[in-house]
Design a protein. Structure first.
Length: 343
């Protein structure tokens, strides 16, 4: 069952990458990611024992020892290494967009030649090519790690590629000591490790999409009360022709609604002397703006200087800080109202 489940998950990741190419320009790097993840999906599918037997049966009777399915799996990993190498080449500063197309053509041509040699002569040669490709990808991935959504996706993808490279080296070593191949219809000895590598690669390929969706859903939930309050006062901040349906677009729209409503409530950019200078502490400033947003006629005076995001904070982060303070004050007010009256 794990064979089929792994193949299904990797194919889902490949489908997600295809969808991203359809909604955004199909650049050389984005297309290469689709090819790479699809190649991993093919490798996982053909490695399923039942599928491997069916592929081997495509050969004439009596030549099952040729292991066509084994050659197809190795070839799929070669295609993965070649396609991901194109993406890795795009990350090097010395490679321009104009040269990337030429480099991609050379890499794909070398990959196809390696596939032909693998299927017609030696799978060991194919594993050597996979090893070299994975080494280049891992070196490039380590150069581009950072603590961002893209950087975390690269880290996961690179981890899976490094595991593939280690397994390829073990396959080469096994061939050098002339270890016996798996019997017809049996999975490879290291298939559990290949499953883990394939899942890491698939998860890394879609990580940025998943993380942005999760963060957008969390933001929508956190700012829902503040958004409802301010839009109720200033419905004109919501454009009637807004057609964004994805979570990321809705989150961006609602952040803009809140900032516009706060701006209108402050008097449209009027500087009020009684407001004073906004504090540097983000938490204190967010609490003051939240109290003012709840009760504009209260004891807190705020002008446009207070509403602008503090230095180093994005509008999303600033609105989220205000929304958290707004919700905390709402909870505190509710608790106070529900408290029993002493006799």
């Amino acid at each position: 069952m794990t064979f089929w489940l792994t193949a299904l998950l990797v194919w889902m990741a490949a489908g997600a990458r295809v969808g991203r190419v359809l909604v955004k320009p199909a650049t050389t790097a984005r297309t290469a990611i689709v090819v790479a993840v699809a190649a991993v999906a093919v490798a996982c599918t053909v490695a399923v024992p039942e599928i491997a037997v069916a592929v081997d049966n495509l050969l004439p009777r009596g030549v099952h020892n040729a292991y066509l399915s084994y050659g197809v799996v190795v070839s799929a990993w070669i295609v993965f290494a070649a396609a991901t190498s194109v993406v890795a080449a795009a990350a090097w500063p010395v490679v321009s967009r104009l040269n990337l197309g030429r480099i991609a053509l050379v890499i794909y041509t070398a990959g196809l030649l390696a596939v032909a040699v693998t299927l017609g002569w030696s799978t060991t040669f194919g594993w050597v090519m996979v090893l070299f490709g994975c080494a280049f990808i891992v070196v490039t991935g380590l150069r581009n790690l950072d603590w961002t959504a893209l950087g975390r996706g690269i880290a996961i993808y690179t981890s899976g590629t490094a595991l593939v490279g280690v397994l390829a080296a073990l396959q080469v070593r096994q061939a050098m000591v002339r270890a016996p191949r798996p019997r017809h219809g049996e999975p490879f000895w290291a298939w559990p490790a290949y499953e883990i590598a394939a899942l890491l690669i698939a998860f890394g390929a879609v990580w940025i999409v998943v993380e942005l969706w999760v963060r957008a859903r969390i933001l929508l939930r956190r700012i829902s009360v503040l958004h409802g309050t301010l839009v109720g006062r200033f419905p004109e901040v919501v454009a009637h022709d807004e057609t964004g349906t994805s979570s990321q677009l809705r989150a961006s729209d609602r952040v803009a609604h809140i900032m516009d409503a706060l701006y209108l409530q402050s008097g449209g950019g009027v500087v009020i002397a009684a407001a004073g200078t906004p504090p540097r502490a983000v938490a204190a400033r967010a609490q003051a703006v939240a109290r003012w947003a709840r009760n504009p006629l209260g004891d807190v005076v705020v002008d446009a200087r207070w509403i602008a995001p503090p230095e180093g904070i994005s509008p999303r982060g600033w609105v989220q800080a205000i929304a958290l303070a707004f919700d905390a004050q709402t909870s505190a007010q509710t608790s106070t109202a529900d408290a029993p009256v002493p006799k």
